[in-house]
Design a protein around this ligand. Sequence first.
Ligand code: NDP
Ligand SMILES: CCCCC/C=C\CC(=O)/C=C/C=C/C=C/[C@@H](O)CCCC(=O)O
Length: 335
Amino acid sequence: MVKARKYVVKRHFEGVPKRDDFDIVESELPPIQNGEILVKTEWVSVDPYLRAYNTRFPVPYDQFSYQVGLVEDSKDPRYPVGSRIVSHKGWCDYSIINANVSNSSADIVYKLPDLKGLSNSLGVGAVGMPGATAYFGFLEICQPKAGETVVVTGAAGAVGSLVGQIAKIKGCRVIGFAGSDDKVNWLENELGFDRAFNYKTVDVQKVLKEAAPKGIDCYFDNVGGEISSIIINQMNDLGRISVCGSISTYNDDLSKLPKATILQVAIVMKQLKIEGFLVPRWRDRWPEAFADLSKWIKSGSLKTREHITEGFENIVDAFVGMLNGDNTGKAVVKI
Ligand SMILES: NC(=O)C1=CN([C@@H]2O[C@H](COP(=O)(O)OP(=O)(O)OC[C@H]3O[C@@H](n4cnc5c(N)ncnc54)[C@H](OP(=O)(O)O)[C@@H]3O)[C@@H](O)[C@H]2O)C=CC1
Ligand SMILES: CCCCC/C=C\CC(=O)/C=C/C=C/C=C/[C@@H](O)CCCC(=O)O
């Protein structure tokens, strides 16, 4: 018998999530049946969508998220003992998975991609869902061309740091916004962003006029809110905006936020293309992204950084820390 622990969300979050919004539930797992695998969690992901999706589910619910795990027992020949998988089993230390049974779009399980000797944690980061988000959300929606100017918000995070570097690989000029001077230094001095700014301390409109004198062709929007309105109003005709997320509002009551009428004139007059997306749209094609991303990481043209929290009992702290901006690069928890 294996003793397993999992986080259960017991009440909807109000504002910033709290440790007391969760219970840790312990149980003894039964022996596995035909078609099942027993998985020991090694890396757990904490992501903004866990906050954004919270009110969509009745409580209590098991906290889902991506994780990388080691197969410890197997009655499914596709996933032998000793192999590693990525699943959406979330914040638990052991789980039993039947990859043949899918009750919802959240029942995700696939073999950990070939990481060519890189850390397995990349399976929930640059070679996982956030990597696919940056790759398809930017390349498919922005359709960048060499020489164009690209702006990225949330630029020092899991998705944003990859988008900026992919844009450089495609020959674009890249400007990033992030929430601390250390993050700005990392973007400019290690990742090769042409310019980066601390959105908490600069006049965004002013620095953009100076850093993008020819205007902005592509905007990858991770944060929403006022900064996005300022950026969109400085876009060139026929510019493309990929709306990935709006983390600046995830802890807010949306009914109390101002409406963004100021954007509509810019969208019409500049003939902008603005498109939101959810990365599962391209799930069949994620392996394409993973092949390019792992190749770029191995060759040194794409750099990754992780903000690692240790310990199952510290997952909520890691989650809240990520929402507060503690992370540079991908926030992950080592179990
Ligand atoms: N559409 C889709 O399919 C997907 C969308 N996403 C979205 O992409 C975005 C980035 O996700 P991810 O890379 O995983 O997370 P990050 O690694 O970027 O972590 C979140 C970051 O958000 C920033 N942040 C927090 N509050 C604010 C605020 N009020 N204003 C501006 N920035 C803030 C913080 O950085 P800082 O210090 O710079 O403020 C923090 O580090 C999110 O909006 C997420 O929901 C992610 C995956 C899939
Ligand atoms: C059990 C619920 C999850 C089912 C879908 C399974 C996997 C999710 C996935 O791969 C990635 C999802 C990312 C979503 C990101 C959304 C945010 O950026 C925007 C959310 C805004 C909002 O809904 O308020």
